[in-house]
Design a protein around this ligand. Structure first.
Ligand code: A2P
Length: 277
């Protein structure tokens, strides 16, 4: 079965980004190659990986197995803290390209700000040179809080994307408001709350029943109706299908409001002022 590919959003530099992608953490190269080939066969056009996941080689392998042409795909990867410098980010990019077996990356992200290293401003500043060199099409950051973003703005830098943990239990409203004001696209990692109890929340199951959809489809529709770009991970072809097949119904304003009321403090959440790689 194939599903209609996800619609795209337009990044602030004009690049088109499919509004739903396949997440690949935590899969090894072999699992990733199979999941990526399956997903592309089903209609996925956007794949998200990272140096840290150790599966960029598997992404490249899955893309080749799928037979899809590179220009039809949108590939995101992310680099680690050891490359935080103007020269380092170019080396990181070339190393990712080699592992992927590709000659460009669609979206290249700084994985974590690592503020104790205090090199993220300089490094993001150097990333636009990768676009000039034709190695990447768009650049961004991940796990940036408003304070980190503000330091970029102070240096006249506005990333195209900030990919953060975001789901109906983690609304991240302060960060999203800054994105909207600055034209930054919001990527959502763990958009399904890692398949957690959130999927049994009554506000979500009620909407699922009403639309004859699964709770995961309702959460993903909440993500895309909010304008976010979710990257649900699934190695299971039927869940991959279900996740992509989530654009052809519309949650009502009341359903969106009920889901927007689910935000809750989460002391277990990774804090990018202290955690990073
Ligand atoms: P699986 O790979 O076996 O499908 P997230 O992207 O939020 O981190 O969630 C990923 C987790 O959610 C994985 O454990 C994945 O398991 C599971 N998952 C992915 N899609 C669905 C779905 N449609 N329904 C329920 N669980 C899902």
């Amino acid at each position: 079965m194939t599903v209609t590919p996800a619609p795209s959003i337009t990044l602030s530099n004009g690049v088109q980004m499919p509004q739903l992608g396949l997440g690949t953490w935590p899969m090894n190269d072999t699992e990733t190659a199979a999941a990526v080939a399956s997903a592309i066969g089903l209609g996925y056009r956007h794949i998200d990986t990272a140096e840290k996941y150790g599966n960029e080689t598997g992404v490249g392998e899955g893309v080749r197995q799928s037979g899809a042409s590179r220009s039809d795909l949108f590939i995101t990867t992310k680099f680690c803290r050891q490359w935080h410098s103007a020269d380092g980010v170019r080396q990181a990019c070339e190393a990712s390209l080699k592992r992927l077996g590709m000659d460009y990356i669609d979206l290249f992200l700084m994985h974590w700000p690592n503020p104790e290293q205090d090199q993220y401003v300089e490094t993001v500043g150097a990333m636009s040179r990768l676009i000039d060199a034709g190695l990447v099409r768009a650049i961004g950051v991940s796990n940036f809080k408003t304070t980190h973003l503000q330091r970029l703005f102070d240096a006249d830098l506005v990333p195209h994307v900030n990919q953060i943990q975001l789901d109906p239990y983690h609304l991240r409203a302060d960060i999203v408001a800054v994105h909207r004001a600055k034209g930054i696209a919001t990527g959502a990692w763990s958009p399904l709350g890692r398949g957690s109890a959130m999927l049994s929340d009554p506000a979500i199951t009620a909407a699922a029943e009403h639309h004859d959809r699964t709770p995961a489809q309702v959460v993903l529709r909440w993500q895309t109706q909010s304008g976010y770009v979710p990257i649900p991970k699934s190695s299971n072809p039927s869940r991959q299908t279900q996740n992509l097949d989530s654009f052809d119904f519309t949650l009502s304003e009341a359903e969106m409001t009920a889901m927007n009321a689910l935000d809750r403090p989460d002391p277990g959440m990774l804090d990018s002022d202290v955690f990073g790689h």
